[in-house]
Design a protein around this ligand. Structure first.
Ligand code: ATP
Ligand code: MG
Length: 140
């Protein structure tokens, strides 16, 4: 079993798509280990996305991710990193495959509905950013 971090981003929360996205997660067979709704401070959003510091979209990304509530969700599945990225689709919804979460719910390349970790190592680091070990469900 592998773990990945989903974040339902502020655009999808404000558009009322939290339930639809959680249903999509469960239909695809991911197990939800932990979940909460939270509003990131600019400082937390900057820290979470620090790998992108210096990129042209960094400031707008930090602004957007701290603009309202988001829903981080720790997920588990075989091959979870690649599987979750398949389910969410390309960064830009214009290029995302039909039926993917970003095709269904993203507004544009910046406000793109969901986050997905890009490696096993980053997935574990990102889950630890939001959740303590004790908050992760121990599902039989
Ligand atoms: P995420 O890491 O959020 O799952 P991703 O891995 O598909 O998305 P990254 O390249 O890691 O894409 O970029 C992180 C986020 O920064 C994107 O999801 C998007 O919100 C924003 N972003 C990336 N590129 C651009 C861009 N060219 N213009 C505006 N925003 C962008
Ligand atoms: Mg990324």
């Amino acid at each position: 079993m592998e773990r990945t971090l989903c974040i339902i981003k502020p655009d999808a929360v404000s558009a009322g798509n939290v339930g639809n996205i959680i249903a999509h997660i469960q239909k695809e067979g991911f197990r939800i280990l932990a979940m909460r709704m939270t509003t990131l401070s600019k400082k937390s959003a900057s820290k979470f996305y620090e790998v992108h510091q210096g990129r042209p979209f960094y400031d707008s990304l930090v602004e957007f991710m701290s603009s309202g509530p988001c829903v981080p969700i720790a997920l588990e599945k075989d091959n979870a990193i690649a599987e979750w990225r398949r389910v969410i689709g390309s960064t830009d919804p214009a290029e995302a495959a039909a039926g993917t979460i970003r095709k269904l719910y993203a507004k544009n390349k910046g406000e793109n509905a969901v986050h997905g970790s890009d490696s096993v190592e980053n997935g574990l680091r990102e889950i630890a950013f939001f959740f303590t070990e004790g908050e992760l469900a121990d599902l039989a």
